[in-house]
Design a protein around this ligand. Structure first.
Ligand code: ATP
Length: 504
């Protein structure tokens, strides 16, 4: 299969079967946001639950929080986001595309490139030389570009019943201000009620460090985990749900003793890689990439990305950064709070006296939930070709999702809509639901079409109720991946489904 075809197929399957829809589609759609349909919401929740399970429930050194999306605006000043959460915005003067300079295709400074006027293949062929920026337009390859402008990716809004614009007009009335002064005045009026939508979930874990540590008496090393929505006004949204403006993250801040960051970074990169591989079919599609020194944020002393092999190439799925003590120190200094930890069992390395108070270092595994939904869909998508009895080629499409992640764990299918079969199917579905599983009861269309549909949405098992079921209380259990069927008693079939859906 052509790799880019795969993306088209995934997008189409997502819409057709109710995984992901374009936001506000009937109004023409919003390019940068997506809605998760009945199956998509289940897959997303199952991935989130698997992460929470491995981060919080299966350990006693990590606790969770659920913080507000809107935080005090000073949080973002202190964290460096107001000044530095920016991307270089560039306009192509040829095709008018707007893009990120740091992600544009590189080209040697001064080298000659050929491109089409207006970016249209029918346009006149033109030649030009690559400027000092060292890149060309990602769409038409033109080197005729605007200068870079830093564009802050945080969404701004106002809190409370104030109208900053009305205040602005009141304040500039009868003042003869130039454009720069007016902008400064507007920013000043806005700032009185300005808040941001969080661009990451992480800052809440730093800001609530003391509350969490004191209420739980957690001892370093320990972590605080959070999942939730984040918002970034991306210059370019791309590849379906890979990069959108509203998305979900799963982040954990692990607070450690200074000097132990190398060992904990190794620990967390291993943990996170093995988490993905436990749920995926193709372990080779996940890799770790260490950042080189020039890529590191100024506060980070080492960082790895978990990358996935998307149809367009390797790309980030999760970042695992050693963030030193930067965040706690900054928030501590800005607020006067003592964001530190006292270890009474250790001697202070400087004085040698018993008891050591220090600002913990932090290792941060920061994953994208919505990006993991895409990676798991890509990893699961399979097409099996075969030839039917009439010599016709058939394609079986299946999503080989891990049963613990699959939206629906089983489909219970009465062979016919009569003779008590639908009622029996309902009773079996009820039993599976009692065991905590999300299951579907489906009596529409022929049995073959129903099997095909449930293969395509990743349902690991189909349980078929037929005439024999009513006589001897047995059903057929069909396995999605092998399409093999076996006849089992109802309790044995239920037990098999329950067992297969356990988390690895
Ligand atoms: P990228 O380089 O792809 O822009 P990033 O390095 O800015 O990502 P982080 O700030 O490390 O991303 O965020 C952690 C994770 O959040 C990313 O690995 C990714 O999975 C997810 N993420 C970040 N931005 C987006 C987005 N716009 N849409 C969907 N997921 C995102």
């Amino acid at each position: 299969m052509n790799e880019l075809d795969l993306m088209t197929k995934i997008v189409s399957l997502c819409k057709r079967r109710g995984f992901v829809f374009q936001s506000s589609e009937i109004y023409g759609g919003l390019k940068s946001a997506y809605d998760y349909g009945p199956l998509g919401v289940e897959l997303k929740r199952n991935i989130a639950a698997a992460w929470w399970r491995s981060m919080v429930y299966e350990r006693d050194d990590i606790v969770g929080i659920d913080a507000s999306i809107i935080m005090h605006p000073k949080v973002w000043e202190t964290s460096g986001h107001v000044a530095g959460f920016s991307d270089p915005l560039v306009d192509c003067l040829n095709c008018k595309e707007r893009f990120r300079g740091d992600k544009a295709p590189r080209a040697e400074v001064g080298s000659e490139v050929v491109f089409h006027e207006g970016g249209k293949s029918s346009g006149k062929k033109l030649k030009g030389n690559v400027g000092a920026c060292g890149y060309v337009c990602p769409v038409c390859s033109s080197p005729n570009l605007s200068d870079e402008r830093q564009f802050n990716g945080m969404f701004r809004t106002t809190l409370g019943p104030v109208d900053p614009l009305a205040e602005f007009f009141k304040e500039i009335k009868e003042k003869n201000l130039d454009e720069r002064e007016m902008r400064a005045k507007y920013e000043e009026c806005l700032k009185r009620s300005l808040v941001y939508l969080r661009p990451e979930t992480a800052q809440a874990m730093f800001v609530q460090f003391l509350n969490v540590q004191q209420t739980t008496s957690m001892k370093v090393p320990f972590g605080i985990a959070q999942q939730g929505k984040s918002f970034r006004n991306e210059i370019v949204v791309e590849h379906f749900i890979f990069r959108s403006c509203e998305f979900e993250q799963m982040e954990m801040e692990f607070f450690i003793e200074p000097g132990t960051q190398d060992q904990w970074l190794k620990y967390w990169t291993d943990e996170r890689m093995s988490w993905y591989k436990k749920y995926a079919n193709s372990g080779e599609s996940f890799r770790l990439r260490q950042h080189d020194k020039t890529e590191l944020a100024h506060y980070s002393d080492d960082c790895y990305d978990v990358e996935y092999l998307y149809p367009w190439g390797w790309g980030e799925l999760e970042g695992i950064a050693s963030r030193t003590d930067y965040d706690l120190k900054r928030h501590g200094a800005a607020t006067g709070s003592k964001l530190s930890y006292f270890d009474q069992n250790k001697a202070d390395p400087e004085t040698g006296k018993p008891g050591w108070r220090y600002v913990p270092y932090v290792i941060e595994p920061a994953a994208g939930l919505t990006r993991t939904v895409l990676a798991m869909l890509l990893d699961a998508y399979c097409e099996e070709k075969s030839v039917d009895a009439n010599g016709q080629e058939k394609v079986r499409v299946l999503l080989k999702l891990h049963p613990a992640l699959a939206p629906s764990k089983a489909a219970v299918l009465p062979l016919v809509k009569k003779d008590g079969q639908p009622e029996k199917a309902e009773a079996i579905a009820k039993e599976l639901r009692r065991a905590g599983l999300n299951v579907a009861c489906d009596d529409a269309q022929s049995i073959g079409k129903r099997y095909a549909k449930h293969d395509e949405v990743g349902t690991p098992f189909c349980i078929t109720v037929d005439t024999q079921t009513l006589e001897d209380q047995t059903v057929t259990l069909r396995d999605r991946d092998t399409a093999q069927q076996e006849r089992l008693t109802i309790p044995a079939a239920v037990a098999k489904v329950v067992e297969a859906c356990r988390h690895p």
